[in-house]
Design a binder for this molecule. Structure first.
Ligand code: NDP
Length: 229
């Protein structure tokens, strides 16, 4: 049994990660924001019994993230920084809602690092600790296309942050990877996405289960295939 921390678990991929991990008998700490829908997450955590726990924080709020971290006194083995947003309507290079995109950058690029920094003491005590930042192929510098520039830029920034954290934690033997979950039918991915959430999460968990320090600084999809930065 390992202890997993899933940040951003109220819906979509984070909720399904929590559900599958609880069913598999892991210890699961799952976070959601104040005011988010609680029922589905409680149901997903139920099979974990006393090994399940809820934390409440918005990843943009450093003091809330740090306060939540003080509630976790035992080691954490895996952090999945999953919380993410798609952002405002106007986010192209020709017409941008700048405050809206600044907020998106806060959530998608800085949020995962805030969570990783806050829980680093617990991760350092974990068995085979691993950090996974939920990125997107849309953050790849190699990918063409211009739609949703704000989202792309936020995930590109997250990718750079993942690389730097990977380099900083390599001497401690803690791998850090950026992950693309596939195009998944969630509120964010929409109904036309190619993958069901169960299939995506099944793949994500296989990849994370196999991660070692040799994988640090990789940008991987849910099948374990490398993506061009
Ligand atoms: P959803 O929109 O279904 O869920 C997003 C989750 O993130 C919710 O739990 C939401 O909480 C939480 N969240 C958003 N902003 C914050 C915040 N500031 N603080 C805390 N929690 C927050 O998205 P998905 O499940 O589809 O996506 C999960 C991750 O995967 C994201 O990082 C996304 O960018 C990435 N991804 C998804 C793809 C897809 O096709 N679905 C493709 C590529 C990447 P709340 O309920 O409170 O809003």
């Amino acid at each position: 049994m390992s202890h997993w921390l899933i940040a951003g678990a109220s819906r979509g991929i984070g909720l399904e990660l929590t559900r599958q991990l609880a069913l598999r008998g892991e210890q699961v700490t799952a976070s959601l924001r104040a005011g988010s829908r609680l029922e589905a997450l409680e149901a997903a955590l139920a099979p974990a019994g006393s090994r399940g726990r809820l934390l409440e924080f918005d990843t943009r709020d450093e003091s809330a993230v740090r306060a939540a971290a003080t509630q976790v006194t035992e080691p954490v083995d895996v952090l999945v920084a999953n919380a993410g947003a798609y952002g405002p309507q106007r986010q192209s290079s020709l017409d941008m809602d700048f405050p809206g995109v600044l907020d998106l950058l806060d959530t998608n690029a800085l949020g995962p690092l805030r969570v990783a920094q806050a829980f680093l003491p617990q991760l350092r005590q974990g068995q085979k600790p691993r950090i996974v930042f939920m990125s997107s192929v849309l953050g790849s510098m190699a990918l063409e296309g211009t739609f949703n520039l704000g989202y792309r830029a936020s995930k590109a920034a997250l990718n750079k942050i993942a690389q730097c954290l990977a380099d900083d934690l390599k001497p401690e033997g803690i791998p850090v990877v950026a992950m693309h979950p596939g195009w998944v039918r969630t509120d964010m991915g929409g109904p036309n996405a190619t993958l069901g959430v169960e299939e995506s999460v099944d793949g994500i968990l296989r990849v994370i289960d196999g991660l070692t320090v040799a994988d640090t600084r990789r940008y991987l999809d849910y099948r374990g295939q490398d993506i061009d930065w």
